[in-house]
Design a binder for this molecule. Sequence first.
Ligand SMILES: [Zn+2]
Length: 459
Amino acid sequence: MPTHQPRYSKEEKNNVKTVLIKDGSYILTTDENDEVAVSRAKSILIKDGIIQKIMPAGEEQSLIKDVDLVYDAGLRGGIVLTPGFINAHAHPPMYLLRSATLLRNEFSTTEESLVVARKIEQAMSTEDQTTAALGDFTEQQKMGTTFVLSHYHTPAATRAAAREAKIRLVDAVSIASKTDPNASLEKAVQTFSDVDELISPGLTIHTMERASVAELKSVKQVMEKYQNVILTIHCGETVAEVESSIKKHGKRPIEVLAEAGLLNERLVLSHAVHFTSDEIKLLVEHNVGVVHLPTSNRIHKSGEFKYAEFFAHNGTKKIALGTDSVISKSKLDIVSEAFQSKMLHQNSTYPVSYGTLFKMMTINGARVLNQDATVGKILPGYKADISFWKLKDRAFIPYDFENPETLIGNLISHAGNTVRDLMINGQFVISNRKHALINESKLLEELQQRHIQLRDRIG
Ligand SMILES: [Zn+2]
């Protein structure tokens, strides 16, 4: 695998091992019992990337002399802390395609958009893909996302960018790709060893039409051998995609997956729109993760996710949110995706609550990506992936001081805000609204240049 030379990095700062967040005005998280909990005036001790202790503000005084860094939330006018948000479906190397298919008066279907996109994607170099993914990851970080599932076929580029941006990643690598004819299961398996503290392995099949029954059997064997691997598939996104499965396999996608023995807790189905009630019941019974992408579904006229059916089958715990790529949603913000979901299901039998949306952005995402024991909550023992939001901001104020849960509704319905600071694995990645590791001005310049060069190359 080629070694990528980081090109946008600012001067490397000394890593801090212990951080004390002093007097966080509010912590919004889910607690040990998975209930949404809002606490006031707490301090947090972080050591080696792990949350060690959460204590009432004032009790941290004796610890100050022993830590490498004190973050004083009081001095910053009050801070709201949330777990870093989790985006369970993205295509980061497609970032150079922003405006390539989206800015038309008539939006295209997924299939139509992919025809245009594929032509551009095939003309991209590894450097284009790396720069694009870096643009994608850094944009997501600025809007509070700390953990992303990438569904794509360029592990070298995707991982180089993730390492440079220091974002947590499940890199699901394609086993068969129309864009990259060299993609194979064997090659994807080779990437399983190129992981680290922030990067976990995964596999992807674009849609069920792309895989033969024999390939699915091989995937099952690989999944049994490598117990930390996630498999993700675009599934039930469009009517045409379900029909293509019937044409290839004689069966609907879920039936094919069930027969292949692939319905389990490490399967992640994105979009999940065109499923029957029985199929949804089966997915819930087998603890399969689903990713809800309301903006993408609306833009591509794909259909509407049946939240009420998942609710009725007691299956909302494994629903996460995703952005898809910039050809399906220009702003790669998970909070605006939550608000889009709120609007979509408002008239349903079971409207989705702000508390549930908050879980979808945090702990449900962690559960879908099989890392809920370590990320998605601000609790002792969890990894310190934390978003720091300014309290004195229109996203929060005014709120009900007696009922601080209103902060969650305010944050979601305001949507699209940027974080003041962002911590991943105990390290500050965004500081005072600027990327702490990446020269963003240089990055944006190069994104623009590469986009134009790409247009010229394609003609
Ligand atoms: Zn997608």
